[in-house]
Ligand binder design. Sequence first.
Ligand code: MF3
Ligand code: CO
Length: 255
Amino acid sequence: MVTYRSPREWERMREAGRVVARILRDVRAAAEPGVPLTELEAVASRTLKEHHATSPFLHYKPAWAPYPYPANICVSVNEVVVHGIPDGRVLLDGDLVTVDCGARLGGYCGDAAVSFMVGTSDEAGARLVETTRAALEQAIAQAVPGNRLGDVSSAVEETARNAGYGIADGSGGHGIGTEMHEDPPVPNTGRRGRGMRLREGLTIAIEPLVTESGRDATVTLADGWSVATRDGSRAAHFEHTIAITGDGPVVLTAL
Ligand code: MF3
Ligand code: CO
């Protein structure tokens, strides 16, 4: 069931979204070569507490997951596309890292992700990151009343594929509000002019998951959560929570 939300509710989601943005800022600042992923988790946990917010990721248990998600954030390195669990692994110079983070505050949720290079960035990695960010930006621009969901999805897919990249199989965003995952699903592939009509008040997370090799296939790793590219190529992931309004899309997870 799709829920349409009022400007008052956007405002509450904005408060949760601001916490998400601060966590991403703080975690990114801490992400240097030699730092273990558990340290990034500790930074996120501290920023959540400071704002009296909680993580909608922690203990989240979708039907397909073998056990509840054990951390506040996801940290996905290089070939890991999404849902990487922050463990004792140490960041290396040149790693491509994605931090995905949510916050729940006052009963409303925000969800956002960024990818970046740690230390020295290679040109190919920088281009992958920049194209994935652009795919999110293009998709957000399509999130206006009167457009269709397929306009958002196709903007993600075309931006990635036109650059020679792939889209992680089955990936996409979601409605978001009082729950992190609500209807409708927001696929990362689709066709312009198709799908549900977008109306004012729809609040969604848009999240391109883009592969460097151009191949879409993924595998779930032994921990049952981490999803990696099947061919081992790198992936990047950006996400924002947005509200569709009469004045255009409003990003709720900006600083
Ligand atoms: N942004 C990711 C998503 O919407 C966050 C996953 S949270 C987790 O799927 F708890 F499932 F890890
Ligand atoms: Co999400």
